[in-house]
Design a protein around this ligand. Structure first.
Ligand code: SF4
Length: 699
């Protein structure tokens, strides 16, 4: 029997370790030694073995639908990018990549764009899931640095889950919370979510607030803590700035419990109970996710939440901290290498002259891009209006996942040069490609990923890629060489890239940035192969990694202090009205991942919720003449979809829920993001996916 190979699940940001035994039937089991899951696995991870196989795989490069050899395809991509840059300048080229890429893939594509091609137009689908949390952390803590570990969740006495249905979206983390709650019933759990989700099953208190009002709630909490003597004055005075302004803004917006209750449409007694729990429970971890991030004021919502932790000194200590749950397996690894359009590599700032000079010197290139590139929504807008003439899309399906998705599809169909690297054919974006590049996928390629708790784990190959599929880092490296950048793209393996990435993180860092894995810069191939999961930083001060950040109260800001940010809450940009009277919230379901290109390959995962649906409260269903199980048309100003009606009293009246997964290959006319508008947070650029006014009518 073949030996089991340790790797990581390719789905969510929990980053569970798996043991895979290759063979005719691939056996996938949880890795009992991996610190993220400690032997647990969810339905998606357990079914991974059934999603493998060549059916629907891209097996050969194609140009204009005609199969070609790799040399021809790589020459073609290099030639197209070069000719667009020569004719229109580097801003006419863009990359749109993915939190599904491995860190090594991400590193080389970011280097190619920002270090060689002369613009910073590389953004990622991580923009859609956690860029508001990134901006909130950066403004408050000085760096995009998640301060907590999963262990803190088990050491807390109060867990607040805000805008997170962890039971479905981070299932193994939720299993850990359930186990801890069973072991220690005194652990209190508060869920803040307009919808009663599966996560509420273990909640002591569920705050079903009015959609979009989270900042009122956390502002109200800050002003309550100040009134009730719940602040850590010593921490505030020694380790923070901006407290007075933040408190003034909080008091202005949410001066009292009745005011918060009115703004959030919650019973005042529930608000008071939450505030009292927070006041009395020092060991509090507040977890937040897309419910807060996917908003036109997502950065402010995160800031209001972080303010409460800074004002109480609940950060950097066991069982405490503001903890953003990352959606994708490697959203954090992408951030580490600068995979967002407004970042440089290794958590350096693209607008910092000194940082740009340092990175250029390290990379051995004359300059790096000196202005932020186009964020995801702006990037596709630039494709639509012709400013971007060549776009290379890797491992993601924006025709389904971007807001105003029909417009994105039309933009790609009209674009001169659409290059798509993917592993499958059944993606709506693949259908728009001029050049198709077959990519290796999970189980076929080596590299690293970083999960929600900053833990870097090795993703390991256990089978060869089918046909001519190749790893993304290899494809990008070969194109870079053909464009004349071979001297700075010397890579022969992912280990070569990892060493350079680690070296850059520690290069002239001298404590400036928390992200530092410089101690791994000389790791040899053999040690890279067996690298055990570990949390950054990994440097001289933390040779074995660090479980918790900011224990010393020092933050990576100019004066070493964290910043409380004043938050003036804002309602969603577009509100429900006569024509579109309901608010559509989009999200994930338990057994599907993203646009279903992998999870739909096994019946085990499609039986849970087999069809696109619109979940609606029975009172609303009566009002709009909808019956359970019937087909309905959901319409917004942007577009419409067909879905099965599911009556559910867990739904807040006035709001409906539609899953974001279905693409055209699995259900016609069911793409939720055909209905969402391209409205974004002004700081993070993250779209307002949770608040699309719609009408629902019998079909
Ligand atoms: Fe994979 Fe996430 Fe499930 Fe873990 S919780 S097995 S990482 S999908």
């Amino acid at each position: 029997m073949a030996e089991a190979i340790a790797t990581v699940c390719p789905y969510c940001g929990v980053g569970c370790g798996l043991k895979v035994r290759p063979g005719v039937t691939v056996e996938v089991k949880p890795d009992p030694t991996h610190p993220a899951n400690l032997g647990r696995v969810c339905s998606k991870g357990a079914a991974l073995g059934e999603t493998l196989g060549e059916s629907d795989r891209l097996l050969q490069p194609e140009i204009g639908g005609v199969p070609v050899a790799w040399d021809a395809a790589l020459d073609e991509v290099a030639c197209r990018l070069r000719s667009v840059i020569d004719a229109h300048g580097p801003q006419a080229v863009a990359f749109y990549v993915s939190g599904q890429l491995l860190t090594e893939d991400y590193y080389v594509v970011n280097k190619l764009m920002k270090g060689c091609l002369g613009a910073a137009n590389i953004d990622t689908n991580s923009r859609l899931c956690m860029s508001s949390a990134v901006a909130a952390y950066k403004r408050a803590l000085g760096e995009d640095a998640v301060p907590c570990s999963y262990r803190d969740i088990e050491e807390a006495d109060l867990l607040v889950l805000a805008g997170s249905n962890a039971a479905w979206t981070h299932p193994v983390l939720y299993q850990r919370i359930v186990a801890e709650k069973q072991r220690r019933p005194a652990l209190r759990v508060v869920v803040v979510d307009p919808r009663r989700t599966a996560t509420c099953d273990i909640a002591d208190l569920h705050l079903a607030l009015r959609p979009g009002t989270d900042a009122w709630l956390f502002n109200g909490l800050l002003s309550y803590l100040a009134r009730e003597g719940g602040l850590d004055q010593g921490f505030v005075e020694t380790h923070t700035q901006g407290f007075e302004a933040a408190l003034e803004a909080a008091r202005g917006a949410a001066p009292s419990i009745p005011a918060v209750a009115a703004a959030c449409e919650l019973p005042a007694a529930q608000v008071a109970e939450f505030f009292r729990l927070f006041l009395r429970t020092e060991k509090t971890v507040t977890l937040w996710s897309q419910g807060l991030n996917q908003s036109s004021s997502g950065v402010d919502k995160g800031a209001a939440l972080i303010n409460c932790h800074l004002a109480t000194g609940r950060i950097g200590r066991p069982g405490m901290g503001p903890f953003s749950l990352t959606g994708q397996p490697n959203a954090m690894g992408g951030r580490e290498v600068g995979g967002l359009a407004n970042q440089l590599a290794a958590h350096m700032d693209i607008e910092d002259d000194e940082a740009r000079e340092r990175v250029a010197r390290f990379w051995g290139v004359p300059t790096v891009a000196d202005t932020p590139g186009l964020k995801a929504v702006d990037l596709f807008e630039a494709v639509a209006d012709g400013r971007v003439k060549a776009v290379w899309i890797m491992a993601t399906n924006p025709v389904v996942s971007m807001p105003d998705a029909d417009r994105v599809r039309a933009a790609l169909q009209a674009c001169e040069h659409v290059i798509v690297s993917d592993c499958v054919r059944g993606s709506d974006t693949v259908a728009c490609a001029d050049v198709l590049l077959p990519a290796a996928t999970w189980g076929e390629k080596d590299g690293t990923v970083t999960n929600s708790e900053r833990r870097i784990s090795r993703m390991r190959a256990f089978m060869p890629p089918p046909g001519d599929a190749r790893p993304d880092w290899w494809i990008v490296t070969e194109v870079a060489r053909r464009m004349g950048y071979g001297d700075v793209f010397p890579y022969r393996s992912p280990a070569d890239i990892f060493r350079e990435h680690a070296a850059l993180s520690g290069f002239e860092n001298e404590g400036r940035r928390v992200f530092d894995i410089g101690a791994l810069k000389d790791i040899d191939d053999a040690h890279y192969d067996v690298l055990a999961p570990l949390q950054w930083p990994v440097n001289a001060a933390h040779p074995q990694g660090g479980a918790r950040l900011f224990a010393d109260g020092c933050f990576p800001t100019a004066d070493g202090r964290a910043r409380l940010m004043p938050v003036t809450p804002r309602a969603p940009v577009v509100v429900a009205g006569d024509e579109y009277p309901l608010v559509m919230n989009t999200g994930r379901i338990r057994d599907q991942w993203h646009t279903m290109t992998r999870t739909a390959r096994t019946p085990r995962l499609t039986t849970h919720l087999p069809e696109p649906f619109v979940q609606i409260h029975p009172l609303d269903a009566d009002l709009w003449h909808l019956s359970d199980g019937a087909l309905a048309q959901v319409t917004s100003p942007q577009g419409s979809l067909l879905a099965r009606v599911r009556l559910d009293a867990a739904q807040r009246p006035g709001a409906v829920f539609v899953p974001m997964h279905w693409n055209e290959a699995y259900a016609r006319n069911a793409r939720a993001n055909a209905l969402t508008a391209a409205i974004t947070d002004p700081i993070s650029g993250q779209p307002e996916f949770k608040h699309a006014p719609v009408r629902v009518a019998p079909f």
